[in-house]
Design a protein around this ligand. Structure first.
Ligand code: UDP
Length: 239
């Protein structure tokens, strides 16, 4: 088609749990290949894509707090989990011919390049998908915050938060049959209504940087492409 994408550069946040598919843990091969095919469909439009990958399918730092594990220690384990997911994602992308780079906020030099902003931007300009691993590199943060941070750093026009749910609802759709999905909602309204979009740190960073967020389902075929084309898909959080 001759209609241009709405965005030239995006930051896609993929949760670790997205990679599990129907499994209880880890990485589902079929699921990951479906997800990378969705990403390829927008790269093929000429859109520059940065990906922040989560780690919740392998390790979540807050859960061990209950078992008495030191929070910061657990969080470093969570960040390492994102590195494993990043490598799996890169492998799946390579398989379908996508040029990629993994850059990590934690230095693990035999395995991944360090995060270097200028290099990431150059890679994007060359059409490479850049996978950002290691979250922010700091405990007490999340990969949602890493997505807001990297999104702002690379000059992405929007953060796309890929989830299992197809947008932001007025209430939890699993609990409340009257819950309705917002097509668009402002940052202020999200705060006033106390809706969960991203964690508070990530949300505040996006709001301060006037970086819109689009929440959508990664399991809905073609949804990512529709968001990138500027179609109404999921929920857009605007300034
Ligand atoms: N984490 C962290 N700092 C960061 C990003 C992640 O400490 O900047 C840790 C934290 O323990 C978190 C885990 O890594 O629970 C996995 O990240 P996240 O929960 O954001 O993954 P997702 O829910 O997206 O799969």
């Amino acid at each position: 088609s001759d209609i241009a994408p709405k965005y030239k550069r995006i930051l896609l946040k993929l949760s670790g749990e997205a990679l599990m598919g129907a499994d209880a843990y880890g990485i589902n091969r079929q699921t990951i290949s479906e997800i990378v095919a969705e990403v390829k469909s927008v790269v093929d439009l000429g859109v520059q894509v940065g990906v922040v990958i989560g780690g919740g399918n392998i390790f979540r730092g807050v859960a061990p707090a209950a078992t008495g594990m030191d929070r910061a220690q657990a969080d470093y384990m969570g960040m390492l989990a994102t590195v494993m997911n990043a490598l799996a994602l890169q492998d799946a992308m390579k398989t379908i011919g996508m040029p990629t780079r993994v850059q990590s906020a934690l230095n693990i030099e035999q395995v991944v390049e360090p995060y270097i902003r200028g290099r990431a931007i150059r890679g994007l300009e060359q059409g490479r998908t850049i996978i950002f691993a290691g979250g922010t590199g700091n405990p007490f943060f999340t990969t949602d915050t890493a997505a807001a941070l990297r999104g702002a750093e690379i000059g992405a026009e929007i953060v796309l938060k890929a989830t299992k749910v197809d947008g932001i609802y007025s209430a939890d759709p699993k609990k409340d049959p009257h819950a309705t999905r917002y097509d668009r909602i402002s940052f202020n309204e999200v705060m006033m209504k106390n809706l969960a979009v991203m964690d508070a740190t990530a949300f505040a960073l996006c709001r301060d940087q006037k970086l819109p967020i689009n929440v959508f389902s990664i399991f809905k075929p073609g949804a990512l492409k529709r968001v990138v084309m500027g179609e109404n898909e999921g929920t857009l959080v605007y300034c």
